[in-house]
Design a protein around this ligand. Structure first.
Ligand code: UD1
Length: 421
């Protein structure tokens, strides 16, 4: 079992180039299944979730190789349409292969993703939408068996009860080669949806309205391959900015997607940090002591404050002057990092979906266990700002989303070491 040992209290300064977005790269890798020839994806982050997606592709018969942040996917031959439970469970978002596999072959067998560390992760919206597009879906011994009687799905007018990112992606993936037009009302507007659509359009898909709440997809006969560069990771940006805000110092992020990160930046700015942005750069100079954020920080679908940045910002605000209030509106179990922060001296009270964070003078080091990806990153941010030494276990969660985090923190002058096998 690996762990991080972090000596806190050093300020962090320097420049980092942001990794490509995990949440873009995963659906784009699934989308490659729809193509008739090779796809080359640049700036794919080297993460365990990406390797899991590559294993799923290889299992189906696609040939996926990965080196130097480039995934080369040759999807010419598909020999399997069932994805084993073990592979599905390696990565929570494996359900995204459902829409792509259906679009390519008209059938698939996948597993129910089940509960995860953020609480139950239902897929009712995915299923209801795909059924409206002509997919027969049944459950057999915990497996979801999907088949399109006519092999090709048909377009449909759909309205999502909630702008789910995964459901929007699955529908788009099934719709791009379906017969006719699909309209998604109340679609998710996350930038990663636009990135997926950007890739699909480059392969010949006809999609309009991504980034807005009404997306229209007109089915085409087939997609060709392309070369595509994955967008930068706005959540990794929020994480490194929160770390430097917490530990104090200066950070220049390059390869940043500035407009997409603004919902986070506009809240971080309220802590008194100086933030300047350029075309693809974000500069931050931390305040001598952060101020609490006056307005309630409500997580919302994009362009609201991102749920994935809630934990890391909370870590920074634990030692701010005054009281900040968070309201988590997307996931049920997204405060699991708070116990660890409290163990490090934070004053946090959780009442249902609200967390009240009273700023303390300083955190102290402690032994804590990461139980989810962003919560784990929050523990690292807190440990870097704390006095003394912390140990963070459960770091496989963190490796799902941050490329060589110890190198990134080390480059900024932080003391974070990985130990163990
Ligand atoms: C994606 C992101 C994740 C982010 C989340 C919200 C990826 C790989 N993951 O997850 O990092 O935190 O968006 O921005 O891109 N829901 C249902 N029924 C459904 C689908 C969703 O009830 O059929 C609920 C979920 O339980 C959750 C909410 O809707 O409470 C949002 O989920 P969704 O937007 O689908 O998130 P993911 O796509 O799983």
């Amino acid at each position: 079992m690996q762990k991080f040992v972090i000596r806190g209290g050093r300020s962090l300064s320097g420049e980092l180039r942001l990794q490509g977005s995990k949440n873009s790269a995963l659906p784009i890798m699934a989308a490659a299944l729809l193509c008739r020839d090779e796809c080359v994806l640049r700036d794919c982050p080297a993460l365990t979730d990406i390797y899991a997606a590559a294993r799923i592709l290889n299992f189906t018969g696609c040939k996926c190789t990965f080196s130097d942040n480039t995934a080369v996917i040759d999807p010419k031959e598909i020999v399997r349409t069932d994805i084993p439970e073990s592979l599905m469970h390696e990565m929570r978002s494996s359900i995204i292969f459902m829409g792509a596999m259906l679009g390519r072959t008209g059938e698939c067998v996948v597993s129910v993703p089940g509960g995860c560390e953020l609480g139950p992760r239902p897929i009712d919206m995915h299923i209801a939408a795909l059924e409206k597009m002509g997919v027969d879906i049944s459950s057999e011994g915990g497996r979801i068996v999907c088949r399109i009687p006519k092999r090709k799905a048909h377009g449909a007018k759909l309205t999502l009860a909630f702008p789910s990112v995964g459901a929007t992606e699955n529908i788009i993936l099934c719709a791009v080669t379906a017969d006719g037009e699909t309209v998604i009302n109340n679609a998710a507007r996350e930038p990663e949806i636009c990135d997926l659509c950007g890739f699909l359009r480059k392969c010949g898909a006809r999609i309009q309205g991504d980034g807005e709440s009404r997306i229209t997809v007109r089915g085409v006969e087939e997609l060709h391959g392309c070369e595509y560069t994955v967008m930068p990771d706005r959540i990794a940006a929020a994480t490194y900015l929160s770390m430097v805000a917490a530990a104090k110092g200066e950070l220049i992020l390059t390869n940043a997607c500035v407009p997409e990160t603004e919902p986070f930046l506009s809240v971080l700015e309220q802590t008194g940090c100086s933030i300047y942005t350029g075309k693809d750069k974000i500069y931050l100079r931390s305040a001598a002591r952060l101020r609490a954020v006056r307005e309630r920080i409500r997580t919302m679908p994009h362009p609201g404050f991102p749920t994935d940045a809630q934990a890391v910002l909370m870590a920074a605000l634990t030692a701010a002057e005054g009281t900040s209030v968070f309201e988590e509106n997307i996931f049920d179990c997204r405060y699991r990092h708070t116990d660890a922060l409290v163990k490090m001296g934070a004053d946090i009270q959780v009442l249902g979906k609200v967390a009240i964070v009273k700023g303390v003078k300083r955190l102290h080091g402690a032994s804590v266990e990461a139980t989810d990806l962003r919560g784990g990153a929050a523990m690292v941010a807190a440990a870097l700002s704390a006095e003394g030494i912390s140990e963070v276990t459960g770091i496989s969660h963190i490796d799902r989303g941050y490329e060589r985090i110890e190198d990134a923190v080390g480059a900024l002058g932080g003391d974070l070491k990985r130990f163990g096998e």
